[in-house]
Design a protein around this ligand. Structure first.
Ligand code: AMP
Length: 149
């Protein structure tokens, strides 16, 4: 069943479409790039959240930034994978939302990002919202409304 149906996008909280933190692959600030690349390749995700030791959200790290870091002038400098840490190359400027934000806030945020990290009021990681989940929900609603007519 669609969670949207006759409700307005601003009345629906992101909580209903959230992937909970325990189901989200993540890496930690002090992990070597090698570990992050392994998680990314094994999971098939292009980027994953980065957390600190207390599970607070810090940013995201993706395959492209890791590969760019280890790319030398003529070849990949593979040794950098064990020498460099996630905290040295990760992106700390990614937007976040809370599960109390509305579906409309989520829709706006996923225009530029395939997923958005959710945090609670103390900054602890609280799961993610994916562009796929939002689009699926909106598509379901379009179908329901077109059969009503
Ligand atoms: P999807 O919409 O499922 O293709 O996911 C889009 C992006 O969201 C993926 O490429 C990952 O960067 C991130 N993502 C989705 N699900 C997860 C998950 N369970 N754990 C970590 N990252 C995820």
């Amino acid at each position: 069943m669609s969670v949207i149906q006759d409700r307005k996008l601003v009345e629906i909280s992101i909580d209903e479409l959230r992937i909970p933190s325990e189901k989200v692959a993540h890496v930690q600030l002090n992990n070597p790039l090698e570990h992050a690349l392994l998680v990314l390749v094994k999971s098939g995700y292009s980027a994953v959240p980065v957390l600190d030791a207390s599970y607070k959200f810090v940013g995201v790290i993706g395959k492209t930034v890791i590969l760019n870091q280890i790319l030398g002038l003529e070849n990949f400098e593979i040794e950098k994978l064990s020498e460099m840490k996630v905290k040295e190359v990760m992106d700390r400027n990614t937007p976040t939302l809370t599960r109390e934000n509305t579906l409309l806030d989520g829709l706006n945020a996923v225009i530029d990002h395939t997923f958005i990290c959710l945090i609670d009021d103390e900054g602890f990681f609280d799961g993610i919202l994916t562009r796929r989940a939002i689009l699926k929900e909106i598509k379901k609603n379009i179908y329901i409304n077109s059969y009503k007519k």
